[in-house]
Write a protein that binds this ligand. Structure first.
Ligand SMILES: [Zn+2]
Ligand SMILES: [Zn+2]
Length: 174
């Protein structure tokens, strides 16, 4: 893989800075320790480790949990659901994963409101499971139960209140 163009550079030799275990930042070429950042961060930029390299990326100022970010996340889950929730892809990928890996994907899909895809994926994975040894094997396996989707909703009883015409007018602010 190519070294990304926005990698942070060593002040000593201009080598690219990588993230290594124990020492988070070090020059790839001369090994210079970069823990003190050497004034790398300009206004409007943040440092981010991606693919093992220390990158200087634009600080887009989007706060976590902003409406925009939440919409982006749901959009991303929608894309993932199209992959993992597709019967053919699920039957290829599902059985090659361990039960723990399959759970991780299915549970993440549920959190991302892609329950249908989660069930499709887990069922496809379960077809490759050993009935006696694995978590999702056999006809008795209940994916809905397993993912906590089998909870029956208790219908809420609306309070019986006699609504008068005057009350309605007041309610509607007329
Ligand atoms: Zn260096
Ligand atoms: Zn399994």
């Amino acid at each position: 893989m190519k070294i990304p163009s926005n990698v942070a550079r060593c002040v000593e030799c201009d080598g690219p800075i990588k993230s290594v275990q124990r020492e988070p930042y070090a020059c790839n070429d001369c090994g210079r320790d970069y823990r003190h950042a050497d004034g790398l961060i300009d206004h409007g930029t943040v440092l981010e480790i991606v693919g093992g390299w220390l990158l200087i990326v634009k600080d887009d100022g989007i706060e976590r949990d902003s409406e925009e970010e939440i919409a982006d996340l749901y959009g991303a889950f929608d894309l993932l659901a199209k992959v993992f929730g597709d019967g053919l892809a699920a039957s290829h990928i599902g059985p090659s994963l361990t039960c723990g890996e399959a759970n991780a994907i299915a549970e993440a899909l549920v959190v991302g409101n892609q329950k249908d895809a989660a069930i499709t994926f887990l069922e496809a994975h379960g077809k490759g499971d050993d009935i006696d040894e694995d978590e999702h094997g056999g006809d008795d396996f209940d994916g809905f139960e397993h993912l906590g989707l089998a909870v029956k909703a208790e219908p809420e009883r609306l309070p019986l209140e006699v609504v008068t015409v005057d009350g309605l007018v007041e309610l509607l602010g007329l």
